[in-house]
Design a protein around this ligand. Structure first.
Ligand SMILES: Cc1ncc(COP(=O)(O)O)c(C=O)c1O
Length: 462
């Protein structure tokens, strides 16, 4: 199936599902009003880059299922078979009591994906847990080095690191900051590195170095002896902030200078989204801990991981007599079935050469948007890496002035696309696409066309 198709049949209400959903299922990530007003759509099946709803409408999925997890597409029998085989052999046992083979095999495969010495995986069940575990691991590292006061963390504006108390405390989300108050102490906000919004007259490279130097200034002001780590995505996904080449290298130098661990949150982009296994690989830098989820199992079953270098692990564990190696433990730690799914997903990415096609087709999409919108007065910037693509809409291309928030331009583009059966997202007025790694050139052409229909439709009504 290669085309989104619309069925003008019955409404989404089917067997009382919408009504019962309002009563029985608390939806995540949407407002109370949206929950109460829920009209569907109700997804009933998925195949490749398409999702079908209960009315028979077929959506073209530019979002890997909506939140970037369905990286190798929907409805894959190879993953289902691997999960079935594992479940009917050994579905789960506690890691406290037994080792299990799928987790060891997955850990070994992950360690071999890059030359970054990311050796040991602490497997959990979500991105938020991975982030929280990474902060605990960083504290263990500093305690083991005799620096228990190094226990605070830096995070950046516009960043998102999850909804656990630690994830929320490290996220620039105004609603979390009020709803979940008081947040965890010890989190310090930094400016984001947003090259499109750099000061007039600066090159991207100069801006990147200045942005990293500003982090050093904050570290010095706060006291480096109190800082355990910095939580920073190599390529922040929400606004698609692809950093200039020197930024992360300078950040790495600063972390080394003050013995601060870089926790590279790759929950959104890890496991292939940018055309490499991890985003940091584009920049010739190595993090100390990587957090992952979503793409690690392609969304088939929940799994997350905090993956640490041998330097961090050797420090934490020492010769094995360390009493500092404290990280939380979860019932579903290193869940065998989830790890079996992870292995099947790695097999698929490798055997189908999906990193290469992601890099190639993603670059084509970025270039195509740039060509189409080369002179558009309201398209300020097009940027991306692999299948993480952003088109920033602005009031005035020349001055980069944003649209007034009250116009809700991004939201309208998103709604228009959805009514055209195409799934895209907008964060503010940055229209974002994060299609599955299995997206073909033909799918990509349809996605670009559908995105332009939505953008042009909304901008045309201004
Ligand atoms: C960068 C990043 N970190 C952490 C998280 C939290 O992951 P989860 O929703 O699985 O808890 C997300 C989720 O979108 C994310 O994008």
């Amino acid at each position: 199936m290669s085309q989104a198709t619309k069925n003008d049949g019955p409404s989404h209400e089917k067997d009382g599902i919408v009504e019962d959903s309002i009563r029985y299922v608390w939806r995540h990530g949407v407002s109370a009003a949206a929950t109460r007003a829920a009209q569907g759509p109700i997804a009933v099946s998925g195949s490749g880059v398409h999702v079908t709803d209960s009315d028979g409408n077929v959506y073209l999925d530019g979002l890997s299922g909506g939140s970037a997890a369905a990286t190798i597409g929907h409805g894959r029998k190879d993953v289902a078979d691997a999960v079935h085989a594992q479940m009917t052999t050994l579905h789960w046992v506690s890691l406290r009591t037994f080792l299990n083979e799928p987790s060891v095999e997955l850990g070994r495969r992950i360690a071999g994906l890059t030359d970054a010495d990311l050796q040991t995986s602490f497997f959990v069940s979500s991105g938020s847990e991975a982030v929280e575990s990474a902060t605990q691991l960083a504290k263990s590292y500093h305690r083991a080095r005799g620096n228990p006061d190094k226990n605070r963390f830096l995070y950046r504006k516009t960043g998102y690191h999850g909804t656990s108390l630690i994830g929320a405390s490290a996220s620039d989300n105004a609603e979390f900051r009020t709803w979940f108050a008081p947040l965890a102490p010890g989190f310090i906000e930094l400016e984001a590195c947003n090259p499109y919004r750099r000061p007039e007259g600066m090159t991207e490279e100069e801006y990147g170095l200045a942005a990293a130097d500003a982090i050093e200034a904050t570290i010095l002001a706060e006291g480096p002896e109190t800082i355990a780590g910095i939580l920073a995505e190599s390529i922040p996904a929400a606004l698609v902030l692809v950093p200039p080449a020197g930024y992360l290298r300078r950040l790495r130098e600063i972390c080394d200078r003050y013995d601060i661990l870089w926790i590279d949150d790759e929950v959104f982009i890890g496991f292939g989204r940018t055309g490499r296994w991890f985003g940091f690989e584009h920049y010739d830098v190595r993090p100390d801990i990587v957090t992952a989820s979503k793409g690690i199992t392609g969304g088939y079953v929940p799994l997350g991981a905090a993956i640490a270098t041998s330097r961090v692990m050797d420090t934490v564990f020492g010769d094995g007599s360390s009493t500092q190696a404290k990280v939380s433990g979860h019932t579903y730690a290193a869940h065998p079935t989830a790890c079996a799914a992870g292995l099947a997903v790695l097999d698929a990415i490798e055997s189908e050469d999906l990193l290469a096609s992601t890099a190639r087709i993603g670059e084509w999409m970025v270039n195509e948007f740039r060509r189409i919108y080369a002179d558009h007065p309201h398209v300020g910037d097009v940027r991306g890496k692999g299948f993480l693509i952003g088109v920033e809409l602005v009031q005035d291309r020349a001055t980069r002035e944003a649209f007034p928030k009250s116009l809700g331009i991004g939201r309208k583009v998103m709604e228009r696309a959805m009514s055209d059966l195409f799934m895209l997202r907008a964060t503010g007025d940055v229209v974002t696409l994060f299609p599955a790694l299995v997206t073909t050139q033909e799918d990509a052409q349809q996605m670009v066309a559908a995105t332009c229909r939505a953008i042009d439709g909304v901008l045309g009504e201004l």
